[in-house]
Design a binder for this molecule. Structure first.
Ligand SMILES: [Zn+2]
Length: 381
């Protein structure tokens, strides 16, 4: 536990009774590292429900498409729309489903016909149960036996817009920077600029995007990362933090401009798709002019955004494609197992192993070809 006597946000006295374990990087985007002796319980839940919730929502599509693993709770579905207006939901497993089920009922004399297009078997069953309440003669099991599962690839691209920032998300970033600073051994007094802002929301915003150059040294090409880095030294008087989510949202937070403590240069990074800490080096070597331009809002950071997007977005899409490929393999194996009458956990008898492998490979190959054709069609649009 850090020895802060008071909550960073509300300044209330803190003790073991109202201390909280706060995630340095929000849990909902895959954060695992916690800080204690930082904020009180009520500020933890308030900040989580407002600041972090806004930031998490802005990152929802990215979190879901790459498959962030959360310590607890499934990622919520994310609404997406194709260029031609088809309304879909992106599920936490990376699959797209219809935004709503469709139900068509027709009556012809005493005969009822109901046709349900659901997003899952359970959903179809639920609608049938509702139908049975009005029509007790309905045989749910017989109807369920007629279900067919289909997949189609959308034939026009999905569109999404990435919106980062605003007062709440900025407060979440500043809180993350402060939490990391405290875990790295800085005192709160040494983070006066960031802390004062978080308490008062007064004065210039001590955070801005930074895309002018990549501060991450030798950024890996094949990993999705979050990182938070702190650098402070008394020679320059600067105490800065760098917060980077998905490699796309890169921000500098000013902790202090009057730092007199010991030199600190530390980084924490995590691959949120695996929940694994990653060794990463960040060179947080902004000069005084660059720092000043953050506080007066003249950094012009966004002109460099397109090149960051062009570098990182292919990694995000590749990861989404890889997840889909894994799902196809699982489906192929499951279908082959069903064809051989095997239940989950069953061992494959030796004499069936070869034909099983042949069938599974053929099913997987067909699915991968179907995916490849769909992707080629989208790419040629
Ligand atoms: Zn508090």
């Amino acid at each position: 536990m850090n020895n802060n006597a008071e909550c960073v946000i509300c300044a209330r006295d803190m003790d073991a009774g109202n201390d909280s374990a706060e995630h340095v990087i929000p849990q909902a985007i895959g954060g695992r590292w916690v800080v204690t002796g930082f904020i009180c319980r009520s500020c933890n839940s308030r900040a989580g429900g407002s600041w972090d919730a806004v930031l998490t929502k802005q990152l929802a599509w990215l979190s879901t498409i790459v498959g962030v693993v959360r310590e607890r709770g499934e990622a919520p579905d994310v609404a997406v729309t194709t260029v031609e207006g088809e309304q879909l939901m992106l599920r936490s497993d990376g699959a797209y489903v219809f935004r709503r089920p469709t139900i068509a009922e027709t009556a012809d004399g005493n005969t009822f016909n109901i046709s349900i297009t659901g997003r899952s078997v359970a959903e179809v069953r639920q609608h049938l149960a509702g139908f049975k309440r009005r029509h007790p003669e309905v045989d749910i099991e017989a109807a369920m036996a007629t279900i067919t599962k289909t997949r189609h690839y959308i034939d026009n691209p999905c569109q999404t817009s990435l919106v980062f920032g605003g007062p709440e998300a900025s407060a979440s970033l500043i809180k993350t920077a402060l939490a990391a600073a405290v875990n790295f051994g800085l005192t709160l007094d040494a983070c006066d600029v960031a802390m004062t802002y978080l308490r008062t929301f007064d004065g210039p915003l001590p955070v801005d995007f930074f895309f002018a150059r990549d501060l991450v040294k030798a950024r890996p090409d094949d990993r999705i990362l979050h990182c938070v880095s702190v650098r402070a030294d008394s020679a320059s008087g600067q105490a800065l933090a760098y917060v980077d989510y998905f490699g796309l949202w890169r921000s500098i937070v000013i902790l202090s401009r009057d730092y007199t403590g010991p030199a600190v240069s530390k980084t924490y990074a995590i691959d949120p798709t695996l929940g694994e800490e990653v060794a990463l080096e960040v060179e947080l070597d902004l000069d005084e002019m660059e720092v000043a331009s953050i506080l007066d809002g003249s950094s012009g950071a966004l002109t460099d955004w397109p090149s960051v997007y062009a570098r990182v977005m292919p990694m995000v899409l590749k990861r989404a494609e890889g997840r889909h490929r894994e799902r196809l393999i699982e489906e192929g194996v499951t279908e082959a197992a069903a064809a051989f009458g095997l239940k989950p956990g069953d061992l494959i008898p030796e004499e069936k192993q070869e034909p099983f492998a042949r069938l599974a490979s053929r099913l997987i190959a067909e699915k991968v070809v179907e995916m490849t054709v769909a992707l080629e069609r989208l790419r040629s649009m």
